[in-house]
Design a protein around this ligand. Structure first.
Ligand code: NAP
Length: 299
């Protein structure tokens, strides 16, 4: 069977070109879209994600501000930083890199971000808008990116059985919310660690979306022929043959499944690049909306 590789990297490149046009239109109006990223502590994975986000902003000619604070930053101080950024007109998008240290209440932190600047789409206001299908919010970048990528490849999920494995607030839940909306029309099943007989469910999937965080967990016997797979998993595994001694793999056993699937995302190069570009897209949208609120048209 001819398996299509769903190359998020290519779709992301096309989206970046569109964003460049929107950014220059904003600049003509005197607005440079700005993203502030706050990182608390020095978790290497978080530091690398934050660096990637800053670089993505700079590559697009956007304003990028990284606020790095030590792991012992108090919750009150973090809330104060967020308040300052909420008021900063140069900053259109704010995100706090997760996870935050345990002494900080992540719910309070997310709730402190102005929903109009919440480009991660994690604020309860934006989660609510997503769930009821109301415009004007922001969709979380990873599931948003997966949906945009499926559409870019002409994969219509309407009426299809979509199985989402994982129910985090970052991947699984918003993925289900996006795909079940009227007009998108997937029939969505969400599975998690307490799901009984996972394989019986995943084998029903026309489209399988995985956000588990377990390397190569989805095996060939868990999917049916012709399945479409989007793998959000990004798991570091030791690999003595790799230059750095490790490499990244998805939740899905790509090599074993690729000939069975009709389409599948690679890891890396699939969902990851879409996540970054949708974050940029949300930030540009936030900047356009800020102009509209000032009564100026966006172009
Ligand atoms: P998470 O918060 O740890 O959630 C993992 C989910 O997987 C949970 O809902 C968990 O179920 C479920 N799960 C764990 N073991 C399972 C099992 N054996 N069977 C069925 N479900 C199981 O992780 P996350 O933040 O969503 O991230 C998931 C993966 O996506 C990670 O690899 C992460 O690195 C990756 N990720 C990638 C991007 C990207 O840009 N590509 C962005 C975000 C995340 P319970 O709820 O029952 O515990």
């Amino acid at each position: 069977m001819g398996t299509r590789l769903l190359e998020g990297k290519e779709v992301a490149d096309r989206i970046r070109k569109d964003l460049a046009v929107r950014i220059s239109a904003l600049k003509e109006k005197g607005v440079v879209p700005g993203l502030a990223v706050i990182i608390v502590g020095d978790d290497p994975a978080s530091v690398s994600y934050v660096t990637m986000k800053g670089k993505a902003c700079q590559d697009l000619g956007m304003y990028s501000l990284t606020v790095r604070k030590p792991a012992d930053l108090s919750e009150a101080d973090l809330l104060q930083i967020i308040n300052g950024l909420n008021r900063d007109p140069k900053v259109h998008g704010i995100l706090v890199q997760l996870p935050v240290p345990r002494h900080i209440d992540v719910g309070k932190v997310i709730a402190a971000i102005d929903p109009k600047k919440d480009v991660d789409g994690f604020h309860p206001t934006n989660v609510g808008k997503m769930l009821i299908g109301e415009d004007g919010g922001f969709l979380p970048a990873t599931p948003y990116g997966i949906h945009v990528m499926l559409k870019a490849y002409g994969i219509d999920v309407a009426g299809k059985n979509v199985v989402v494995v994982g129910r985090s607030n970052i991947v699984g839940k918003p993925m289900a919310a996006i795909l079940m909306q009227k007009g998108v029309d997937a029939t969505v099943t969400v599975c998690h660690s307490r799901t009984k007989d996972l394989k019986a469910i995943t084998r029903q999937a026309d489209v399988l979306i995985s956000g588990i965080g377990k390397p190569l967990f989805i095996t060939a016997d868990m999917v049916k022929d012709g399945v479409v797979i989007a793998d959000a998993g990004s798991n570091r595994i030791d690999d003595p043959s790799a230059k750095k001694g490790y490499r990244f793999v998805g939740d899905v056993d790509f090599d074993a499944i690729k000939d069975k699937a009709s389409a599948i995302t690679p890891v890396p190069g699939g969902v990851g690049p879409m996540t970054i570009v949708m974050l940029m897209s949300n930030t540009v949208l936030a900047a356009e909306r800020s102009l509209e609120r000032q009564g100026r048209p966006k172009v």
